[in-house]
Ligand binder design. Structure first.
Ligand code: SAM
Length: 306
């Protein structure tokens, strides 16, 4: 890997002493703040600035380059949705690829699905994995699943080299497109997604917030519609500690809606009966799945010509 990036601001004490305030270029003029009880970890990795702190009201918080990635209190919404939206849209999924997601939360959610035989995960930064194992046992528990094959490397490169047509599901659990995740929002990456998916397979990528990032959503929807041609839909959920409190996902398949219809889960989670699946879900269910694709009028208007 290349040169170590210059340290970015930690956002600790940036507005008021004893508070973390998430100041960043992707949400100008606003900054969510959490009261810090105790800083727990603060290091620069080869790729990004990694921090963990104990907050007063949201449990432990993982921060990369000054941006909140997860808090113990609300991570379940994001992890359950980014995982079960695609996996429950495929009958009998067997091979899954996760790009990013080094905290292990997506793996924890995948472990509910008994049809899966193998899970490849490509995370660029091994410090994220180590920190999650040390500070977030309830999230990193996903790494204990024996089906997981963890590769430390760049997801863009991993996907380029992946065998064609082998994945039933690909989940891109990335950080924002500023920093190491930039390539995960670009055309060549999406082309390689279509190549690595089997026909009828489904990809799901982190696709930002309707309140802050309509231009990014529009661009990703345009590129994905051109490249996948089949079914492409935006879905969203609420996560209080992400900027604006909402985050979205782009669901993509090369098959048209008559074959792959994201709105009606074909592999409903309620019908899976295993010990793992019996662990209660906190956010996702089949009704929430269908509802996630319903868009407010201002979003429908902005996306109507695509
Ligand atoms: N849930 C979070 C959110 O939406 O803000 C993101 C979670 S996850 C922690 C994002 C992960 O993607 C990070 O661990 C980061 O290191 C990883 N990542 C960023 N760029 C990557 C790349 N090019 N290849 C693989 N992983 C990457």
């Amino acid at each position: 890997h290349g040169d170590t990036p210059a340290p970015r601001p930690s956002n600790l004490n940036s507005i008021a002493p004893g508070w973390f305030s998430e100041i960043g270029p992707m949400w100008p003029g606003e900054a969510r703040s959490l009261k810090v009880e105790k800083p727990l970890f603060d290091k620069q990795s080869d790729f990004q600035h990694v921090q963990v702190f104990q907050s007063e009201t949201y449990g432990k918080v993982l921060v990369l380059d000054g941006v909140i990635q997860l808090t113990e209190r609300d991570e379940f919404s994001y992890q359950e949705m980014i995982t079960h939206l695609p996996v429950c849209s495929v009958k009998d999924p067997k091979r899954v690829l996760v790009i990013g997601g080094g905290d292990g939360g997506v793996l924890r959610e995948l472990s509910r699905h008994p049809s899966i035989e193998k899970i490849d995960m490509c995370e660029i930064d091994k410090m994220v994995v180590e920190v999650s194992k040390e500070f977030f046992p309830g999230v990193s528990v996903g790494f204990k699943d024996p089906r997981v094959n963890l590769v430390i490397g760049d997801g863009v490169k991993f996907l380029q080299d992946a065998e064609a047509g082998i994945y039933d599901v690909i989940i891109v659990d990335s950080s924002d497109p500023v920093g190491p995740a930039e390539g995960l929002f670009q055309k060549p990456f999406y082309l390689n997604l279509t190549r690595a998916l089997r026909p009828g397979g489904v990809a799901c990528t982190q696709a930002e917030s309707i309140w802050l990032h309509l231009p990014i959503i529009k661009e990703v929807l345009t590129i994905c519609s051109e490249i996948f041609k089949g079914s492409v839909s935006y879905a969203w959920t609420s996560v209080p500690t992400y900027p604006s409190g909402t985050i979205g996902f782009m669901l993509c398949s090369t098959e048209g809606p008559e074959k792959v219809n994201f709105r009606q889960p074909i592999n409903p989670i309620e019908e899976i009966v295993t010990e793992e699946a019996a662990r209660p879900l906190k956010y996702y269910n089949s009704e929430v799945h269908s509802a996630a694709f319903i868009l407010p009028q201002f979003v429908k208007d902005a996306l109507k010509d695509i």
